[in-house]
Design a binder for this molecule. Sequence first.
Ligand code: CTP
Length: 407
Amino acid sequence: MSNLKGKTVVLGVTGSIAAYKAAIIASQAVQAGAEVHVVMTEAATHMVGPPIFAALTHRPVVTDFWETRGMADIAHVTLGRAADLVIIAPLSANTLAKLALGLADNELTALCLSTRAPLLLAPAMETGMWQHPATQDHLAALQSRGVHIVTPGGGYLASGASGVGRLAEPLVILDAARTVLGQRGDLAGRRLIVTSGGTREALDPVRYITNQSSGKMGLAIAEAARDRGAVVTFIHTTDLPTPYGATEVRVASAAELDQAVLDHLAAADALIMAAAPADFTPAQRAEHKIKKTADNTEGLTLHLARTRDILRDVADWRAAHETTRRRVVVGFAAETQNLLDNARAKLASKDLDLIVANPVPQTFGSDMVQATFLDRTGGITPLEPMPKEALAERILDEVTARLAPST
Ligand code: CTP
Protein backbone atom coordinates (compact mmCIF):
# COMPACT_ATOMS: atom_id res chain seq x y z
CA MET A 1 0.00 0.00 0.00
CA SER A 2 1.42 3.32 -1.05
CA ASN A 3 2.17 5.91 1.61
CA LEU A 4 0.27 8.42 -0.57
CA LYS A 5 -2.98 6.99 0.80
CA GLY A 6 -4.86 9.57 2.83
CA LYS A 7 -2.24 12.27 2.20
CA THR A 8 -3.10 15.77 1.03
CA VAL A 9 -0.97 16.53 -1.99
CA VAL A 10 -0.84 19.88 -3.73
CA LEU A 11 0.21 19.46 -7.34
CA GLY A 12 1.50 22.70 -8.84
CA VAL A 13 1.58 22.91 -12.62
CA THR A 14 3.52 25.65 -14.38
CA GLY A 15 3.99 26.87 -17.94
CA SER A 16 6.03 24.14 -19.56
CA ILE A 17 5.12 22.05 -22.58
CA ALA A 18 5.34 19.02 -20.30
CA ALA A 19 2.28 20.32 -18.37
CA TYR A 20 0.15 17.64 -20.02
CA LYS A 21 2.21 14.96 -18.22
CA ALA A 22 1.03 16.37 -14.89
CA ALA A 23 -2.35 14.79 -15.66
CA ILE A 24 -0.73 11.36 -15.27
CA ILE A 25 0.77 12.37 -11.94
CA ALA A 26 -2.60 13.67 -10.73
CA SER A 27 -4.42 10.54 -11.84
CA GLN A 28 -1.87 8.12 -10.36
CA ALA A 29 -1.77 10.00 -7.05
CA VAL A 30 -5.58 9.90 -6.83
CA GLN A 31 -5.53 6.17 -7.60
CA ALA A 32 -2.96 5.69 -4.82
CA GLY A 33 -5.45 7.23 -2.39
CA ALA A 34 -4.12 10.78 -2.11
CA GLU A 35 -6.33 13.87 -1.87
CA VAL A 36 -4.94 15.88 -4.76
CA HIS A 37 -5.41 19.63 -5.17
CA VAL A 38 -4.10 21.12 -8.38
CA VAL A 39 -2.83 24.69 -8.46
CA MET A 40 -1.96 26.06 -11.91
CA THR A 41 -0.10 29.18 -12.89
CA GLU A 42 -1.69 31.28 -15.59
CA ALA A 43 0.96 30.15 -18.10
CA ALA A 44 0.10 26.51 -17.37
CA THR A 45 -3.55 27.14 -18.25
CA HIS A 46 -2.41 28.10 -21.76
CA MET A 47 -0.72 24.73 -22.12
CA VAL A 48 -3.45 22.46 -20.77
CA GLY A 49 -6.97 23.08 -19.57
CA PRO A 50 -7.90 23.06 -15.87
CA PRO A 51 -10.99 20.86 -16.52
CA ILE A 52 -8.69 17.88 -17.12
CA PHE A 53 -7.30 18.19 -13.60
CA ALA A 54 -10.71 18.94 -12.09
CA ALA A 55 -12.07 15.76 -13.67
CA LEU A 56 -9.12 13.62 -12.58
CA THR A 57 -8.99 14.91 -9.00
CA HIS A 58 -12.74 15.50 -8.51
CA ARG A 59 -11.91 18.93 -7.11
CA PRO A 60 -11.85 22.50 -8.37
CA VAL A 61 -8.52 23.64 -9.74
CA VAL A 62 -6.96 26.76 -8.25
CA THR A 63 -5.80 29.14 -10.94
CA ASP A 64 -6.67 32.69 -10.03
CA PHE A 65 -4.87 34.67 -7.36
CA TRP A 66 -7.56 37.31 -7.27
CA GLU A 67 -10.60 35.12 -7.27
CA THR A 68 -12.97 36.31 -4.52
CA ARG A 69 -13.53 33.43 -2.15
CA GLY A 70 -13.77 35.23 1.16
CA MET A 71 -10.87 35.54 3.56
CA ALA A 72 -11.63 32.18 5.19
CA ASP A 73 -10.71 30.33 2.02
CA ILE A 74 -7.54 31.83 0.66
CA ALA A 75 -6.23 28.86 -1.29
CA HIS A 76 -2.56 29.45 -0.76
CA VAL A 77 -3.06 29.62 3.00
CA THR A 78 -5.64 26.88 3.55
CA LEU A 79 -4.09 24.47 1.06
CA GLY A 80 -0.60 25.32 2.26
CA ARG A 81 -1.62 24.39 5.81
CA ALA A 82 -3.45 21.22 4.80
CA ALA A 83 -0.73 19.90 2.51
CA ASP A 84 1.42 16.92 3.48
CA LEU A 85 3.46 17.46 0.34
CA VAL A 86 3.70 20.04 -2.42
CA ILE A 87 4.84 18.77 -5.82
CA ILE A 88 5.49 21.11 -8.72
CA ALA A 89 5.67 19.20 -11.98
CA PRO A 90 6.56 20.50 -14.42
CA LEU A 91 8.45 23.38 -12.87
CA SER A 92 9.34 26.09 -15.41
CA ALA A 93 12.55 28.12 -15.26
CA ASN A 94 10.45 31.15 -14.40
CA THR A 95 8.71 29.63 -11.37
CA LEU A 96 11.97 28.02 -10.26
CA ALA A 97 13.58 31.47 -10.17
CA LYS A 98 10.63 32.93 -8.28
CA LEU A 99 10.78 30.18 -5.65
CA ALA A 100 14.48 30.72 -5.15
CA LEU A 101 13.88 34.42 -4.58
CA GLY A 102 10.81 33.91 -2.40
CA LEU A 103 8.46 35.76 -4.71
CA ALA A 104 4.72 35.35 -4.20
CA ASP A 105 3.02 36.77 -7.26
CA ASN A 106 0.52 33.98 -7.90
CA GLU A 107 -1.40 31.35 -5.95
CA LEU A 108 1.28 28.70 -6.41
CA THR A 109 4.33 30.75 -5.47
CA ALA A 110 2.42 32.23 -2.51
CA LEU A 111 1.49 28.73 -1.37
CA CYS A 112 5.12 27.62 -1.56
CA LEU A 113 6.07 30.46 0.77
CA SER A 114 3.28 29.90 3.24
CA THR A 115 3.37 26.11 3.50
CA ARG A 116 5.62 24.15 5.84
CA ALA A 117 5.05 20.93 3.90
CA PRO A 118 8.03 19.43 2.05
CA LEU A 119 8.46 20.70 -1.47
CA LEU A 120 9.27 18.37 -4.38
CA LEU A 121 10.21 20.05 -7.64
CA ALA A 122 10.43 18.44 -11.07
CA PRO A 123 11.93 21.02 -13.45
CA ALA A 124 11.38 20.83 -17.21
CA MET A 125 12.80 23.31 -19.65
CA GLU A 126 14.92 23.78 -22.73
CA THR A 127 18.56 22.70 -22.33
CA GLY A 128 20.04 26.20 -22.47
CA MET A 129 17.65 27.44 -19.79
CA TRP A 130 18.43 24.45 -17.58
CA GLN A 131 22.19 24.84 -17.91
CA HIS A 132 22.16 28.63 -17.46
CA PRO A 133 24.12 29.70 -14.36
CA ALA A 134 21.08 31.64 -13.11
CA THR A 135 18.95 28.46 -13.12
CA GLN A 136 21.71 26.39 -11.54
CA ASP A 137 22.27 29.03 -8.83
CA HIS A 138 18.56 29.11 -8.04
CA LEU A 139 18.50 25.34 -7.89
CA ALA A 140 21.43 25.25 -5.48
CA ALA A 141 19.73 27.86 -3.28
CA LEU A 142 16.54 25.78 -3.15
CA GLN A 143 18.44 22.58 -2.41
CA SER A 144 20.32 24.25 0.43
CA ARG A 145 16.90 24.99 1.98
CA GLY A 146 15.98 21.32 1.93
CA VAL A 147 13.81 21.39 -1.18
CA HIS A 148 13.74 18.03 -3.02
CA ILE A 149 14.51 17.99 -6.72
CA VAL A 150 13.78 15.32 -9.33
CA THR A 151 16.31 16.26 -11.94
CA PRO A 152 15.23 16.37 -15.57
CA GLY A 153 16.45 13.66 -17.88
CA GLY A 154 17.95 13.81 -21.34
CA GLY A 155 16.16 13.05 -24.58
CA TYR A 156 13.75 14.50 -27.09
CA LEU A 157 12.62 18.03 -26.21
CA ALA A 158 9.56 19.88 -27.49
CA SER A 159 11.81 22.14 -29.58
CA GLY A 160 12.78 19.10 -31.64
CA ALA A 161 16.29 19.13 -30.24
CA SER A 162 17.69 16.48 -27.99
CA GLY A 163 19.25 17.40 -24.67
CA VAL A 164 18.84 17.73 -20.91
CA GLY A 165 15.68 19.34 -19.60
CA ARG A 166 13.04 16.70 -20.19
CA LEU A 167 10.59 16.27 -17.31
CA ALA A 168 11.36 13.14 -15.28
CA GLU A 169 8.88 10.35 -15.95
CA PRO A 170 5.59 10.83 -14.04
CA LEU A 171 6.01 7.49 -12.23
CA VAL A 172 9.52 8.48 -11.13
CA ILE A 173 8.11 11.74 -9.76
CA LEU A 174 5.50 9.76 -7.82
CA ASP A 175 8.22 7.47 -6.45
CA ALA A 176 10.14 10.56 -5.39
CA ALA A 177 6.97 11.84 -3.70
CA ARG A 178 6.66 8.56 -1.80
CA THR A 179 10.32 8.82 -0.79
CA VAL A 180 9.83 12.36 0.57
CA LEU A 181 6.66 11.37 2.45
CA GLY A 182 8.55 8.37 3.85
CA GLN A 183 10.97 10.64 5.64
CA ARG A 184 8.33 10.98 8.36
CA GLY A 185 7.72 7.22 8.50
CA ASP A 186 8.41 4.79 11.32
CA LEU A 187 11.61 3.54 9.68
CA ALA A 188 12.99 7.04 9.04
CA GLY A 189 16.77 6.92 8.88
CA ARG A 190 16.98 3.17 9.61
CA ARG A 191 19.35 1.30 7.34
CA LEU A 192 17.92 -1.86 5.81
CA ILE A 193 19.48 -4.42 3.53
CA VAL A 194 16.93 -6.20 1.39
CA THR A 195 18.02 -9.07 -0.85
CA SER A 196 15.95 -10.31 -3.74
CA GLY A 197 15.78 -12.87 -6.53
CA GLY A 198 17.29 -16.21 -7.35
CA THR A 199 21.02 -16.39 -8.00
CA ARG A 200 22.60 -17.44 -11.27
CA GLU A 201 25.37 -20.01 -11.06
CA ALA A 202 27.42 -20.00 -14.22
CA LEU A 203 28.22 -23.26 -16.01
CA ASP A 204 30.09 -21.59 -18.83
CA PRO A 205 30.08 -18.08 -20.36
CA VAL A 206 26.57 -18.52 -21.80
CA ARG A 207 24.70 -20.83 -19.40
CA TYR A 208 23.69 -20.75 -15.79
CA ILE A 209 21.66 -22.67 -13.22
CA THR A 210 18.98 -20.71 -11.41
CA ASN A 211 15.62 -21.16 -9.65
CA GLN A 212 12.09 -19.85 -10.01
CA SER A 213 12.28 -16.96 -7.55
CA SER A 214 10.87 -13.87 -9.31
CA GLY A 215 12.28 -11.27 -6.92
CA LYS A 216 8.82 -9.72 -6.45
CA MET A 217 8.74 -10.26 -2.67
CA GLY A 218 12.10 -8.57 -2.13
CA LEU A 219 11.11 -5.69 -4.38
CA ALA A 220 7.84 -5.19 -2.48
CA ILE A 221 9.76 -5.12 0.83
CA ALA A 222 12.36 -2.68 -0.50
CA GLU A 223 9.66 -0.32 -1.80
CA ALA A 224 7.62 -0.48 1.38
CA ALA A 225 10.73 0.13 3.51
CA ARG A 226 11.65 3.13 1.36
CA ASP A 227 8.09 4.46 1.78
CA ARG A 228 8.48 4.17 5.56
CA GLY A 229 11.68 6.20 5.50
CA ALA A 230 14.34 3.48 5.54
CA VAL A 231 17.66 3.93 3.81
CA VAL A 232 17.53 0.82 1.66
CA THR A 233 20.38 -1.14 0.14
CA PHE A 234 18.79 -3.41 -2.43
CA ILE A 235 21.01 -6.36 -3.27
CA HIS A 236 19.39 -8.25 -6.11
CA THR A 237 19.83 -10.55 -9.06
CA THR A 238 16.88 -9.80 -11.34
CA ASP A 239 16.01 -7.35 -14.07
CA LEU A 240 13.27 -5.83 -11.90
CA PRO A 241 13.90 -2.14 -11.26
CA THR A 242 15.51 -0.94 -8.05
CA PRO A 243 13.09 1.27 -6.10
CA TYR A 244 13.70 5.00 -6.49
CA GLY A 245 15.89 6.22 -3.66
CA ALA A 246 17.34 2.78 -2.81
CA THR A 247 21.00 1.97 -3.38
CA GLU A 248 21.30 -0.80 -5.93
CA VAL A 249 23.84 -3.62 -5.70
CA ARG A 250 23.51 -6.06 -8.60
CA VAL A 251 24.93 -9.53 -8.09
CA ALA A 252 24.66 -12.80 -9.99
CA SER A 253 25.93 -15.76 -7.97
CA ALA A 254 25.37 -16.89 -4.39
CA ALA A 255 29.05 -16.18 -3.68
CA GLU A 256 28.64 -12.57 -4.88
CA LEU A 257 25.46 -12.20 -2.84
CA ASP A 258 27.25 -13.51 0.24
CA GLN A 259 30.06 -11.02 -0.19
CA ALA A 260 27.72 -8.10 -0.86
CA VAL A 261 25.62 -8.84 2.24
CA LEU A 262 28.71 -9.10 4.46
CA ASP A 263 30.12 -5.88 2.95
CA HIS A 264 26.98 -3.92 3.92
CA LEU A 265 26.15 -5.57 7.22
CA ALA A 266 28.22 -3.38 9.51
CA ALA A 267 26.28 -0.24 8.53
CA ALA A 268 22.86 -1.89 8.64
CA ASP A 269 20.14 -2.00 11.30
CA ALA A 270 18.35 -4.92 9.70
CA LEU A 271 18.71 -7.54 7.00
CA ILE A 272 15.75 -9.02 5.19
CA MET A 273 16.93 -12.01 3.23
CA ALA A 274 14.22 -12.51 0.62
CA ALA A 275 16.67 -13.73 -2.04
CA ALA A 276 16.72 -17.38 -3.02
CA PRO A 277 20.45 -18.17 -3.24
CA ALA A 278 21.42 -21.39 -4.93
CA ASP A 279 22.54 -24.12 -2.56
CA PHE A 280 24.73 -25.70 -5.23
CA THR A 281 26.96 -24.21 -7.89
CA PRO A 282 28.99 -25.81 -10.69
CA ALA A 283 32.24 -26.95 -9.08
CA GLN A 284 34.05 -25.58 -12.10
CA ARG A 285 32.95 -22.92 -14.52
CA ALA A 286 34.04 -23.84 -18.05
CA GLU A 287 36.14 -21.11 -19.61
CA HIS A 288 34.48 -21.61 -22.99
CA LYS A 289 31.03 -22.68 -24.05
CA ILE A 290 30.55 -26.40 -23.36
CA LYS A 291 30.24 -28.08 -26.77
CA LYS A 292 28.67 -31.34 -27.85
CA THR A 293 31.63 -33.64 -28.40
CA ALA A 294 32.37 -37.32 -28.83
CA ASP A 295 33.00 -37.47 -25.05
CA ASN A 296 29.46 -36.51 -24.11
CA THR A 297 27.29 -38.36 -26.57
CA GLU A 298 25.75 -40.26 -23.61
CA GLY A 299 25.06 -37.05 -21.70
CA LEU A 300 26.91 -34.62 -19.48
CA THR A 301 27.54 -35.08 -15.77
CA LEU A 302 27.79 -31.88 -13.82
CA HIS A 303 29.64 -31.75 -10.56
CA LEU A 304 28.05 -29.27 -8.19
CA ALA A 305 29.61 -27.91 -5.03
CA ARG A 306 27.72 -26.53 -2.02
CA THR A 307 27.48 -22.75 -1.78
CA ARG A 308 27.95 -20.99 1.52
CA ASP A 309 24.89 -20.47 3.70
CA ILE A 310 24.73 -16.69 3.68
CA LEU A 311 22.53 -16.35 6.76
CA ARG A 312 24.91 -18.68 8.63
CA ASP A 313 27.77 -16.38 7.62
CA VAL A 314 25.69 -13.45 8.88
CA ALA A 315 25.11 -15.25 12.20
CA ASP A 316 28.87 -15.85 12.55
CA TRP A 317 29.58 -12.21 11.73
CA ARG A 318 27.10 -11.08 14.35
CA ALA A 319 28.57 -13.39 16.97
CA ALA A 320 32.00 -11.92 16.30
CA HIS A 321 31.07 -8.25 15.94
CA GLU A 322 27.84 -7.41 17.75
CA THR A 323 28.20 -6.28 21.30
CA THR A 324 25.37 -4.03 22.43
CA ARG A 325 23.48 -3.24 19.23
CA ARG A 326 21.78 -6.25 17.69
CA ARG A 327 20.75 -6.19 14.08
CA VAL A 328 17.36 -7.61 13.16
CA VAL A 329 17.68 -10.51 10.72
CA VAL A 330 14.72 -11.94 8.85
CA GLY A 331 14.90 -15.06 6.70
CA PHE A 332 12.43 -16.91 4.53
CA ALA A 333 11.65 -20.60 4.39
CA ALA A 334 10.44 -21.74 1.02
CA GLU A 335 9.26 -25.31 1.42
CA THR A 336 7.36 -27.90 -0.59
CA GLN A 337 6.69 -30.05 2.51
CA ASN A 338 6.82 -29.92 6.35
CA LEU A 339 6.65 -26.14 6.17
CA LEU A 340 6.58 -25.25 9.85
CA ASP A 341 9.06 -27.89 11.06
CA ASN A 342 11.56 -26.94 8.39
CA ALA A 343 11.05 -23.24 9.07
CA ARG A 344 11.56 -23.73 12.82
CA ALA A 345 14.80 -25.62 12.18
CA LYS A 346 16.08 -22.84 9.88
CA LEU A 347 15.14 -20.14 12.39
CA ALA A 348 17.37 -21.87 14.94
CA SER A 349 20.26 -22.96 12.69
CA LYS A 350 20.55 -19.53 11.05
CA ASP A 351 20.02 -17.65 14.35
CA LEU A 352 17.20 -15.50 12.94
CA ASP A 353 14.89 -13.07 14.70
CA LEU A 354 12.02 -13.97 12.42
CA ILE A 355 11.38 -16.43 9.62
CA VAL A 356 8.66 -16.05 7.02
CA ALA A 357 7.49 -19.54 6.07
CA ASN A 358 5.76 -19.89 2.76
CA PRO A 359 4.79 -22.85 0.61
CA VAL A 360 6.45 -23.17 -2.79
CA PRO A 361 6.20 -23.47 -5.75
CA GLN A 362 2.80 -21.72 -5.61
CA THR A 363 4.22 -18.41 -4.35
CA PHE A 364 6.95 -18.19 -7.02
CA GLY A 365 6.00 -15.46 -9.46
CA SER A 366 2.58 -15.06 -7.84
CA ASP A 367 1.32 -11.75 -6.45
CA MET A 368 -0.42 -13.47 -3.53
CA VAL A 369 1.18 -15.33 -0.65
CA GLN A 370 -0.01 -17.15 2.45
CA ALA A 371 2.78 -16.95 4.99
CA THR A 372 3.37 -17.84 8.62
CA PHE A 373 5.71 -15.90 10.91
CA LEU A 374 7.85 -17.81 13.40
CA ASP A 375 10.05 -15.97 15.86
CA ARG A 376 12.83 -16.87 18.25
CA THR A 377 10.55 -16.79 21.30
CA GLY A 378 8.51 -19.65 19.81
CA GLY A 379 5.73 -17.37 18.55
CA ILE A 380 3.82 -18.62 15.50
CA THR A 381 1.57 -16.24 13.54
CA PRO A 382 -0.33 -17.72 10.60
CA LEU A 383 -1.40 -14.97 8.20
CA GLU A 384 -4.33 -14.90 5.82
CA PRO A 385 -3.50 -14.99 2.07
CA MET A 386 -2.51 -11.49 0.98
CA PRO A 387 -0.70 -9.63 -1.81
CA LYS A 388 3.09 -9.49 -1.50
CA GLU A 389 2.83 -5.71 -0.90
CA ALA A 390 0.67 -6.31 2.19
CA LEU A 391 2.99 -9.04 3.45
CA ALA A 392 5.91 -6.64 3.00
CA GLU A 393 4.20 -4.18 5.38
CA ARG A 394 3.58 -6.94 7.93
CA ILE A 395 7.22 -8.03 7.81
CA LEU A 396 8.34 -4.43 8.29
CA ASP A 397 5.98 -4.09 11.27
CA GLU A 398 7.81 -7.04 12.85
CA VAL A 399 11.21 -5.54 12.02
CA THR A 400 10.22 -2.14 13.43
CA ALA A 401 9.04 -3.73 16.68
CA ARG A 402 12.41 -5.47 17.10
CA LEU A 403 14.79 -2.66 16.14
CA ALA A 404 17.10 -1.38 18.83
CA PRO A 405 16.26 2.22 19.83
CA SER A 406 17.96 4.61 17.41
CA THR A 407 20.94 6.46 18.84
N1 CTP B 1 19.74 -18.77 2.34
C1 CTP B 1 21.03 -18.35 2.58
N2 CTP B 1 22.08 -18.96 1.96
C2 CTP B 1 21.88 -20.00 1.14
C3 CTP B 1 20.56 -20.47 0.90
C4 CTP B 1 19.51 -19.82 1.54
O1 CTP B 1 21.22 -17.39 3.34
N3 CTP B 1 22.91 -20.57 0.53
C5 CTP B 1 18.65 -18.04 3.02
C6 CTP B 1 17.50 -17.65 2.12
O2 CTP B 1 17.66 -16.33 1.60
C7 CTP B 1 16.31 -17.70 3.08
C8 CTP B 1 16.71 -18.77 4.07
O3 CTP B 1 18.14 -18.91 3.97
O4 CTP B 1 16.10 -16.49 3.75
C9 CTP B 1 16.09 -20.11 3.82
O5 CTP B 1 16.28 -20.47 2.46
P1 CTP B 1 15.77 -21.85 1.91
O6 CTP B 1 16.13 -21.98 0.48
O7 CTP B 1 14.33 -22.03 2.31
O8 CTP B 1 16.58 -22.87 2.80
P2 CTP B 1 18.06 -23.43 2.73
O9 CTP B 1 18.92 -22.67 3.67
O10 CTP B 1 18.51 -23.49 1.32
O11 CTP B 1 17.87 -24.90 3.36
P3 CTP B 1 17.32 -26.24 2.64
O12 CTP B 1 18.30 -26.58 1.59
O13 CTP B 1 17.30 -27.21 3.77
O14 CTP B 1 15.96 -25.93 2.15
